[in-house]
Ligand binder design. Structure first.
Ligand SMILES: *[C@@H]1O[C@H](CO)[C@@H](O)[C@H](O)[C@H]1NC(C)=O
Ligand SMILES: *[C@@H]1O[C@H](CO)[C@@H](O)[C@H](O)[C@H]1NC(C)=O
Length: 347
């Protein structure tokens, strides 16, 4: 049964890949990096502050020392597949961070992660991580930012990129990585060197919003939050359409953005695993943790919460009428759902 499920998930990952990537043909401009050198013209960095809301391109060769806000934190925003510096999670997060008067660096590696070239994008992700590490090392060593103030936030593929940054700078253990719906296709591997895992930073928090399609179901952080079980998000459309899943996936950034200034707050309650949530074996008790911007670095384990049907999404600690149903809420049939229960008990 275990093998059956794994092969199902593998096939699922593969078919998603084909859907996402379309039919890759030789005429497409897919580009896999061969030159590992950093900096790379296709991996650019853009600094944003209150004074520079339009962004300023920076590189390891030209770090505009005077543009950095001294002694302030630095958020590094890493887009996912088909993204760029003005796409999710940048659009949601950057304006809010700038308002907090902190430094923001947005990555742009659009040419290395563009449709229909998903497998190339996965290959390139490692090198993007390497080049971010190079820049961060320079910023840290020139004391423009302190290690404790550096926070990487990546969506989908970008979450794994953040993990690679951690691998490429073992001498400065990263303080904090936030993974917004870390990507599943081609990341259903056991080797933690090939994907995000808790050893990549002192604190890795994860927001799961599309566990059955584009994002990972398994926990990959110190703390993993599952919103609406990670199987559907409100107002995204019919479950059997790909567009709907892109909406679920990107919604992770909306939730995180809202958490920065939410009155109610997003609070998950602890369940040892996915199955215990789904079967009702765990109920909200004392063990609750804030999700998002105010997540506690000491938080460990899996936490579950629901959202409102529209913004503001945060429900505080209101756990009335929690929906623990999977059947009928996803594109999977009941038999597959049962297998998921049986086999992914420790997801
Ligand atoms: C940048 O990407 C293009 C393909 O979009 C490629 O032709 C070029 O060689 C790349 N440049 C570098 C430095 O990797
Ligand atoms: C990965 O781990 C699972 C569960 O422990 C195991 O069943 C599977 O064979 C492993 N896959 C590989 C490729 O090592």
């Amino acid at each position: 049964m275990m093998n059956k499920l794994w092969s199902f998930l593998f096939l699922l990952g593969f078919s998603i890949l084909m859907i996402v990537a379309g039919l890759e043909d030789e005429e497409s401009n897919c580009f896999a990096l061969r030159d590992e050198a950093c900096p790379n013209a296709n991996i650019t960095f853009w600094l944003y502050t209150k004074e520079k809301p339009e962004g300023l391109e920076i590189s390891p060769f030209s770090i505009p020392v005077l543009e950095f806000l001294p002694m302030k934190s630095l958020k590094v925003l890493i887009h996912g597949f088909n993204g760029h510096r003005n796409y999710t999670p940048n659009v949601q997060l950057r304006p809010r961070f700038i308002k907090l008067d902190i430094n923001v660096i947005s990555l742009d590696f659009q040419k290395l992660a563009n449709e229909p070239c998903y497998s190339e994008a996965v290959h390139n992700a490692k090198y993007v991580g390497r080049c971010i590490a190079q820049l961060l090392r320079l910023l840290l060593e020139s004391k423009l930012v302190a290690n404790k103030d550096v926070h990487l936030i990546g969506l989908g593929l970008g979450a794994h990129v953040a993990g690679f940054v951690g691998q490429f700078m073992p001498e400065h253990k990263l303080e904090h990585i936030t993974a917004l719906d870390p990507a599943k296709p081609l990341y259903l591997v056991n080797d933690t060197a090939q994907k995000l895992d808790p050893t990549d930073a002192k604190f890795v928090d994860v927001v799961h919003t599309d566990v059955l399609m584009l994002g990972l179901l398994e926990a990959v952080g110190h703390v993993d939050f599952y919103l609406n079980m990670g199987v559907e998000q409100p107002n995204c459309g019919p479950v059997n359409q790909m567009e709907t899943h892109f909406c679920y996936h990107n919604r992770a950034a909306d939730y995180y953005a809202e958490s920065i200034s939410s009155n109610a707050g997003f609070y998950g309650f602890y369940c040892p695993n996915y199955k215990s949530f789904a079967t009702g074996a765990c109920v909200p008790k004392k063990d609750i943790e804030p999700m998002g911007f105010y997540a506690h670095p000491e938080a460990r384990g899996r936490y579950f919460l629901e959202t409102n049907n529209g913004p503001p999404y945060a429900k505080g600690t209101n756990y009335k009428n929690i929906n623990r149903q999977l059947k009928g809420r996803t594109f999977m049939n009941d038999e597959l759902i049962d297998q998921l229960f049986e086999n992914k008990a420790d997801a």
